[in-house]
Design a protein around this ligand. Structure first.
Ligand code: PEP
Length: 252
């Protein structure tokens, strides 16, 4: 089954609304360079989601970086899935390593988020990856498959088929170091094999698996040419419209 490649930016806690507007304007002026046959998305701070939704070119979707897995209630400071879905948020990240590390998010909490995102009709982007000591201990596969199994628990086959899994080695995020394309492909193929075991061949053939961790215009092609890697989740290099466009061009 052909999977549509996905180029997804993660802006983390960068850009004011004015800066997001100017990014969207600039990307709009270069939209002819966003090659067809690829899906694009920007996961932005909540405050910029509306302006991006209104101003980004139509083929660039909006994603959120977090959500609280309850419909509504006394959860001061949190945002519910339905609030994001209401105005057209397509993707929501869950389990990004910065949230796992800085905000102590457990696999169980990540799973609650993944389920809540899917139930609200949006696409969960489940982020998984080993840290440097786990890599040194040679337990990357066990760590990553454990996170995937727990993260997707309770989803239907259809929900998994729609979902996105981002393999992001923690040591590669924001460090300038990347996995080798061969190592990333190996982990992606193990993720797909696990999804086949748990949810069936059709879901495994449809679920999109991204690589993330210091992806840039000059290395993105080496990852997405691998058989089980369907695109990239990009932090730093997604902040400039010119490098977003260069990465899109590399997916031709
Ligand atoms: C990320 O934030 O998910 C990420 C991969 O960041 P960077 O591309 O900057 O390493």
């Amino acid at each position: 089954m052909a999977r549509t490649p996905l180029l997804m930016g993660n802006w983390k806690m960068y850009k004011t609304v004015a800066e997001a507007r100017s990014f969207a304007e600039s990307l709009g002026q270069q939209s002819a360079a966003l090659v067809d046959g690829v899906e694009y998305a920007i996961c932005a701070p909540y405050t910029s989601l509306h302006v991006l939704r209104v101003m980004l070119p139509a083929n660039v979707k909006v994603g959120a970086q977090n959500v609280y897995p309850q419909k509504e209630g006394a959860y001061t400071g949190e945002i519910a899935p339905g609030m994001l879905a209401e105005f057209g948020t397509r993707f929501v990240l869950a389990g990004h390593s910065e949230r796992r590390m800085l905000f102590n998010e457990s696999d169980q909490m990540v799973n609650h988020k993944v389920r809540a995102i899917a139930e609200a009709g949006m696409i969960p982007v489940l982020c998984v990856g080993e840290n440097s000591s786990q890599k040194q201990d040679g337990i990357t596969k066990e760590v990553v498959t454990g996170q995937v199994q727990q993260g997707l628990d309770g989803l239907s086959q259809e929900q998994v088929a729609q979902a996105v899994i981002a393999y992001e080695p923690v040591w590669a995020i924001g460090s300038g170091k990347t996995a080798t394309p061969e190592d990333a492909q190996y982990v992606a193929s193990e993720i797909r094999a696990l999804v086949a075991d748990l949810f069936g061949a059709e879901a495994a053939a449809s679920v999109r698996i991204l690589y993330g961790g210091s992806v840039k215009p000059d290395n993105i092609a080496s990852f997405v040419r691998e058989a089980d890697i369907d695109g990239a989740l990009v932090g730093g290099a997604s902040l400039e419209p010119s490098s977003f466009v260069e990465m899109a061009q590399a997916l031709k």
